[in-house]
Write a protein that binds this ligand. Sequence first.
Ligand code: RET
Length: 292
Amino acid sequence: MNFENTFSYNPDQFTLISHVLSLGFAVMAAGLVYFLVTRSSLAPRYQFSSVLSAVVMVSAFFELFLLYQRWVGAFRWDGTAFVQSGLLFSNGYRYVNWSIDVPVLLIQLLVVMGVTGRRFHQSWVVFVLGGLAMIYTGYVGQFHEVERDAPYWVWGLVSTGFFVLLLALVARIIFGNLARLPESARGTARAVWWLVLVSWLLYPGAYLMPALWDSADGVVARQITYTVADITSKVVYGVLLGIIARRVSSAEGYAPAVADEVALPRGGITDAGGVTDGGGRGGRRGRPGHGR
Ligand code: RET
């Protein structure tokens, strides 16, 4: 049972949480389009990174959409407050979603950092097994978040052990491969490390919320924390990895990536070709309202 089910909510608290959950799944839908559309400017072997981001978007979309529906179904207005309706709200859906997303997000890092062969295989095994161990031990612990008896703390601590292991490997993968990246991509790779560190730490923060702030406002804070964590660890992370992959593709001479890099600061590939303002040729042809 989750601590969300132990309170009633005023209209502001209730709707704020509905809005935050809806932001979550809307961003995942937008991310899906972004990753599919930008995929083609990456060299073929990095396109797999966009595919992995798209997989994460689809699974997170369904999970967050389901969670939103659980939330609005779990409470009813009784004239003064939103009270329990009989259906339980459960953050457990998040944990099972992470069993897909955590391994996929970490494997994506290996693809973009150019880890191959034996090293790829070894890291893959640690990421998948360590990730699942972190999630499922935490999953067991969160069933105890209302009582907050020993299993809540013990499983949380065991989970933290796997978390530290994963972070250490992520740091090794990023900083150990930095020198192999083109200069233009190194800053972004360092940013990925800080993003992972900060955004992943929000999840144990949300786990601890019942102990830190045991009230309806704490529930609001927890769902906001989860949503910020989801958007940063899945979508912003995917965008940053996409930027690294594009810089690497461009440094390797992959033409669509080179074209993208030239075009980006100017607003269009035609500018790079010397056409002044797009007036005559090219871009305007497809303008809506003009027959062909
Ligand atoms: C738990 C239990 C308490 C201790 C720790 C945890 C860590 C969870 C993390 C989750 C990351 C999820 C991601 C999902 C993206 O889709 C399980 C809450 C340390 C780090 C990145």
